[in-house]
Ligand binder design. Structure first.
Ligand code: GAL
Length: 333
């Protein structure tokens, strides 16, 4: 009898210890980055980690540009009991499967940077998106070019009243590549300039590919190129590498090159006078908004623009605003 009572007391103590351990252990939140080698996205993920530190057990996975690997990673994290997910899809057209998967486990999902279609996002009440408006970033990028040519008529090297450009595109099918391209050209046209495309090619967001593609454009078009439009900074810096190797940016030879992101190396190039301008792709606020969303969703709180602190549209999308960055405001906090 005595032994039985003792056993009950011990069992009660064990259960109490387990319960308090469970209460004290932080929630598990899973994060996937499409490719950890990507300059801009790594800074977004760094910000998410910073925000989550101390409140959650964050697992961060590099999907290494492989959508199948990412599905496996997400499955593993779900099996491991994550309570919310923040995913940067490898392929935005596969977001629908990620959404269905999270829904099947009743785990909220914040997609970042690679935007699912509105229809896909609407499939699951617990699915949200954080990114930028590609039309806005594209348009601002085009304005950088238009502003330059308006202030520098001599930049029209052959004086034909037409801007001869080459364009480095992000990966095909990515909303930021397709729409930034369209809208940057739209802004130049809206400012009253005519344009002629000499060359356009994808450089997959990468500096080394940008350099290679720009070297190719230079070999074909040389001095006929009057400006370089790039969908992001890494490819713009690659173009600058190729231009420098071919003798630009010394002895008064200048080429206007514009990008998007405002990464640290790009801001440095801007200060040094090679990059003409860039558009802020706000990694800090994108990381912060993604984290805040995941946190509210984990707590099963209804999300509004007010408690999130960021404007959210009726389709569960949060677009962080952008702005042009040039020498005039690069060091303005
Ligand atoms: C874009 C960004 C690129 C690259 C890409 C990845 O928004 O401008 O530099 O990070 O996302 O999806």
């Amino acid at each position: 009898m005595k032994h039985k009572r003792l056993a009950t007391v011990i069992l009660a103590m064990i259960l109490a210890a387990q319960t308090s351990a469970a209460a004290a252990s932080p929630p598990k939140i899973g994060v996937c980055i499409y490719n950890a080698a990507d300059t801009f996205m790594s800074s977004v993920v760094r910000q998410i980690q910073k925000e989550g530190e101390g409140s959650a057990e964050l697992t961060v996975m590099d999907s290494a540009n492989d959508q199948n690997l990412q599905f496996t990673q997400v499955l593993d994290m779900l099996d491991d009991g994550v309570q919310a997910l923040i995913i940067n899809p490898v392929d935005r057209t596969s977001a629908v499967y990620l959404i269905r998967l999270a829904q099947s486990r009743n785990v909220p999902l914040v997609l970042i940077n690679r935007e699912p279609s509105a229809d896909d996002l609407a499939l699951y009440d617990g699915a949200y998106y954080v990114g930028t408006d590609p039309k806005e970033t594209g348009y601002l990028c085009g304005e950088l070019v238009a502003d330059w040519f308006a202030a520098h008529p001599e930049a029209d090297l052959n004086g034909d009243g037409v801007i001869q450009y080459v364009l480095l595109k992000g990966e095909p099918g990515h909303q930021d590549a397709e729409l930034r391209t369209l809208y940057s050209l739209q802004a130049i046209t809206d400012a009253g300039f005519r344009t002629q495309m000499l060359g356009e090619d994808t450089a997959l967001w990468e500096r080394s590919v940008g350099q290679e593609k720009m070297a190719g454009f230079l070999a074909t078009w040389g001095n006929r190129i009057e400006c370089v439009i790039s969908n992001n900074d890494d490819m713009a810096l690659g173009a600058i590498d190729a231009l420098k190797a071919a003798g630009w940016f010394t002895g008064g030879r200048y080429m206007p090159v514009v990008g998007v992101d405002a990464t640290e190396p790009a801001l440095e190039a801007l200060r040094q006078g090679s990059l003409l301008g860039t558009v802020l792709n706000d990694a800090i606020n994108q990381g912060r908004a993604a984290w805040k969303l995941a946190w509210l969703l984990y707590k099963r709180e209804p999300v509004t623009s007010e408690n999130l602190g960021y404007a959210m549209d009726a389709n569960h999308r949060v677009y962080i605003p952008s702005q042009k960055i040039t020498l005039d405001n690069v060091d303005t906090p």
